[in-house]
Write a protein that binds this ligand. Structure first.
Ligand code: MG
Length: 260
């Protein structure tokens, strides 16, 4: 058979196949889904505000939703002018409530007159699940990384010592910055063995810096990350021991998500 004839036969066969695939779905309605209807969530009037189904963790007035991580006494950080400022002497604070999977919004500000360098320059952090009295858990780093170098898996937006941020989206010290985080907690079997690792997505000032990053375990300062089984856990904010001036937080809210 001549090559030309073979080629036109093959084209004919292909066209026949394509037309039968199209005819199998004859109506647009065949691919429409009507149920279940997604729940109505009223968005905030202003961008960054709490939607109607959010749990407000800081309303600008008090720390009622928070306790001292070390002893569960009322949180003693400073609240003034609608803003929380870290009290380093009082240590980490964490939420009274516990959470599994969630969407979290928080805003933080490095002092305009921040001094120091590297990890000693406005260091704090948000632990997505607190698993101990001190820095145990899974930390997304907060730090002045505007024009200040450190190890990249320890700069702002890093999953500490595990994933550097995909971009440096820092604003300069003195300006408010936002984190919007989607946290999928690790899943453990009845025997305590890990069945699904944690993952996290982070937008820093609206810029994607962690894209469903999978965690190797809890974030640790020294050594290799590993998991230990835990259930729903508090969200914790870090009072880092470096000597630089304390940072501030505002507008913190969370939306619980159904486990996947
Ligand atoms: Mg930190």
């Amino acid at each position: 058979m001549a090559i030309k004839q073979l080629s036109s036969l093959m084209s004919l066969a292909f066209m026949t196949l394509m037309s039968s695939a199209v005819s199998a779905q004859t109506r647009p309605e065949d691919t429409e889904v009507w149920k279940p209807v997604p729940p109505v969530v009223a968005p905030a009037a202003v961008s960054g505000g709490a939607p109607s189904d959010a749990i407000v963790l800081f309303n600008g007035r008090d720390l009622d939703q928070w306790v001292t991580a070390a002893d569960k006494s009322p949180a003693g950080w400073t609240v003034a002018d609608g803003v929380i400022t870290v009290d380093k002497a009082r240590g980490n604070i964490e939420t009274r409530r516990t959470f599994r999977d969630y969407q979290l919004h928080l805003e933080w500000r490095i002092p305009a007159d921040i001094a120091g360098s590297g990890q000693g320059r406005g260091n704090s952090g948000v632990f997505l699940a607190s698993t101990g009295l001190r820095d145990e858990g899974y930390e997304v780093q907060i730090l002045d990384s505007y024009q200040s170098a450190t190890y990249v898996n320890g700069q702002a937006g890093a999953v500490y010592k595990q994933h550097p941020p995909l971009a440096n989206a820092n604003r300069k010290p003195g300006e408010w910055q936002t984190y919007d985080i989607v946290w999928r907690a690790p899943v453990f079997g009845p025997d305590g063995a890990l069945t699904r690792p944690a993952s996290v997505t982070v937008l820093h000032n609206g810029v994607l810096v962690q894209d469903t990053a999978v965690l190797a375990g809890e974030t640790v300062y020294i050594g290799k990350a590993r998991y230990k089984a835990h259930g729903p856990s508090p969200i914790k904010l870090q009072a880092h021991g470096d000597p630089s001036a304390p940072i501030s937080f505002r507008n913190i809210w969370v939306r619980e998500l159904s486990p996947r």
